[in-house]
Design a protein around this ligand. Structure first.
Ligand code: SF4
Length: 306
């Protein structure tokens, strides 16, 4: 893939006279406020100046998906670099932000107005303050963990680090390893049994329905149990978020009946409260009805080979 990315890039840009490279992997400092209380730093992959005196911030991406235009428009990274470049290079007239999506041999460029940069500064300061006010920092594992320097002490990974240091015979004696191995064994056994039972139950259901039909009965008796066969009807409606669903809601609203059949969506409400999406006064009014219940669950998954 690397070879293809490079040769595609070479063919597209040869003889490389689109601009003059000013810096590579350039460290850039970004002041978000005049007092210098909020600072960020970043590294620009490549900074160029065109013949017209425009600056270009280039970022090379190896994403396997081409991000949508809205993503590019709202992406913070290069816009923050733009703030730093404008400060670091006072002769700058205009800055272009250019993302090179190497897998697709495609470039997307954008820019930001001064107003947008000011808004980005205040939004980023608000985000920093929100993070600083937080009291619980739950680990949020993702692909980025492989680049995280906290990994050996992170609750998500430290057991792996602890046991990886042990020789193979000691490793297998670790209580955590023993428990997980047994847990996986029993879970897999349960899955196997469930699958077998499901398959047999499906066959038995078919056979019982055929028997009841043939004998013209609604109840079939065994030695200690009986199976009752019932038939029910259910109305089916357009699925959520579909156009027809919207039309159905419109009709109900028109006749003033929507309230009669709509229910409080507590899952959605929980998410809103958790993410503090509503104004504080609304959240405070809801507080007395909400109780935070903590429950621990175990999820079994396969580890990557390495
Ligand atoms: S290793 Fe832990 S702290 Fe680091 S990114 Fe992953 S979950 Fe977050």
């Amino acid at each position: 893939m690397g070879e293809k990315y490079l040769s595609d890039y070479y063919k597209r840009h040869h003889p490389f006279d689109q601009g003059r490279t000013i810096a590579l992997e350039e460290r850039i400092l970004i002041n978000l406020d005049d007092a210098g209380a909020y600072k960020l730093q970043g590294y620009i992959d490549r900074l160029t100046e065109t013949k017209d005196g425009f600056y270009e911030i280039h970022d090379y991406k190896t994403n396997s998906r081409l991000p949508l235009a809205e993503y590019i428009q709202s992406d913070r990274q290069l816009a923050l670099y733009m703030i730093g470049v404008k400060k670091q290079y006072p002769d700058v007239k205009h800055v272009h932000l250019i993302w090179h999506f190497l897998k697709f041999d495609k470039e997307i460029d954008s820019t930001r107005t001064d107003d947008e940069l000011e808004k980005l500064k205040t939004d980023t300061i608000t985000l920093i303050e929100t993070i600083e006010q937080d009291e619980s920092f739950k680990a949020s594992p993702s692909l980025l963990c492989d680049w995280c320097e906290f990994k050996p002490v992170c609750r998500q990974w430290k057991h792996l680090y602890k046991v990886s240091e042990k020789p193979a015979n000691e490793y297998l004696k670790d209580s955590g390893v023993v428990l997980v191995n047994r847990f996986a064994e029993v879970k897999n056994k349960q899955k196997l049994l469930n699958n077998e039972c499901d398959a047999e139950l499906e066959k038995l259901e078919g056979a019982l329905l055929a028997f009841a039909e043939k004998e013209k009965v609604d109840c079939v008796f065994g030695s200690k149990n009986k199976v009752k066969i019932t038939e029910s009807e259910r109305y089916c409606f357009p699925s959520k978020n579909s156009k027809d669903r919207e039309r159905l809601e419109e009709v109900l609203r028109k006749y003033g009946k929507l309230e009669d059949v709509s229910q409080l969506d507590t899952t959605a409400l929980g998410e809103i409260i958790h993410e503090k999406q509503w104004e504080p006064k609304v959240l405070e009014a809801l507080e007395k009805f909400v109780e935070l219940e903590k429950k621990k669950r175990l999820y079994l998954s396969k580890m990557k080979e390495k």
